[in-house]
Design a protein around this ligand. Structure first.
Ligand SMILES: Nc1nc2c(ncn2[C@@H]2O[C@H](COP(=O)(O)OP(=O)(O)O)[C@@H](O)[C@H]2O)c(=O)[nH]1
Ligand SMILES: Nc1ncnc2c1ncn2[C@@H]1O[C@H](COP(=O)(O)OP(=O)(O)O)[C@@H](O)[C@H]1O
Length: 207
């Protein structure tokens, strides 16, 4: 699958954040978008899962039915899509284009199937893996988050083992951040992106 639609709009290099459910991807990316709100834009994915308390349609995800999602996929509207823990997820071309049109660095929060599929496109992002310090800590954080049923939690923990193994495959990720102490993990993430952040700031300053 090669896709040139998003490349045609290309602004700064996008960023992919991936890693097990509960590793801290949303927490870290929210911090990043708060500190650099005029630099980053979030690629709002589609999903068939239910919204969690506090999540907002169109901001966290576009919440759709399986039928709506499948129709969009069949219609060629998605760059990539995957099944995760019993639900469909996908990045639409429109989601990425909306961010690139504003000349912002587009952040994608996607699972390992998404990473594999994005690697087949010409989006050319920086691939960053967010990892938990251990499976035990991951389980504790997921339980404390109180968003999952026991069944969903077990599915996520199972998927997490596969995601952790995937992150160790050589050449997949440019940077691996172990999210132990949040502020330290955030510092590492920010450092990894500083060059791209400065490029965007410079472009904005001169325009
Ligand atoms: N392939 C793909 N994965 C996605 C997309 N959006 C979210 N995900 C991944 O789906 C998984 C589940 O996300 P979510 O239901 O929000 O749960 P959480 O990771 O536990 O907060 C995570 O690994 C996300 O990175 C997408 O558009 N495409
Ligand atoms: N470094 C950290 N230390 C302690 N708790 C954390 C840390 N990072 C994230 N958390 C908490 O762990 C849970 C999972 O984080 P979240 O950002 O939702 O993960 P993901 O988006 O990868 O599924 C959340 O309740 C979050 O507040």
């Amino acid at each position: 699958m090669r896709d040139s639609t998003t490349k045609a709009m290309a602004g700064p290099r996008p960023v992919v954040l991936s890693g097990p459910s509960g590793a801290g991807k949303s927490t870290l990316l929210k911090k990043l978008m708060k500190e650099y709100d005029s630099v980053f834009g979030f690629s709002v994915s589609h999903t068939t899962r239910n919204p969690r308390p506090g999540e907002e349609n169109g901001r966290d995800y576009h919440y759709v039915t399986r039928e709506e999602m499948q129709a969009g996929i069949d219609n060629g509207e998605f760059i990539e899509n995957a099944e995760f823990s019993g639900n469909m997820y996908g990045t639409s071309k429109a989601a990425v284009q909306a961010v690139q049109a504003k000349n912002l660095i587009c952040i994608l929060d996607i699972d390992m199937q998404g990473v594999r599929n994005i690697k087949q496109t010409d989006l050319d992002p920086i691939y960053i893996s967010i990892q938990p310090p251990s499976m035990e800590i991951l389980e504790k954080r997921l339980r404390d988050r109180k968003t999952e049923s026991e069944e969903s939690l077990q599915k996520r923990l199972h998927a997490a083992k596969v995601e952790i193994a995937f992150s160790k495959e050589p050449g997949v990720f440019d940077v691996i951040v172990v999210n132990d102490v949040l502020e330290e993990a955030y510092g590492q993430l920010r450092n990894a992106l500083l060059e791209e952040i400065n490029k965007v700031k410079k472009t904005k300053a001169s325009s």
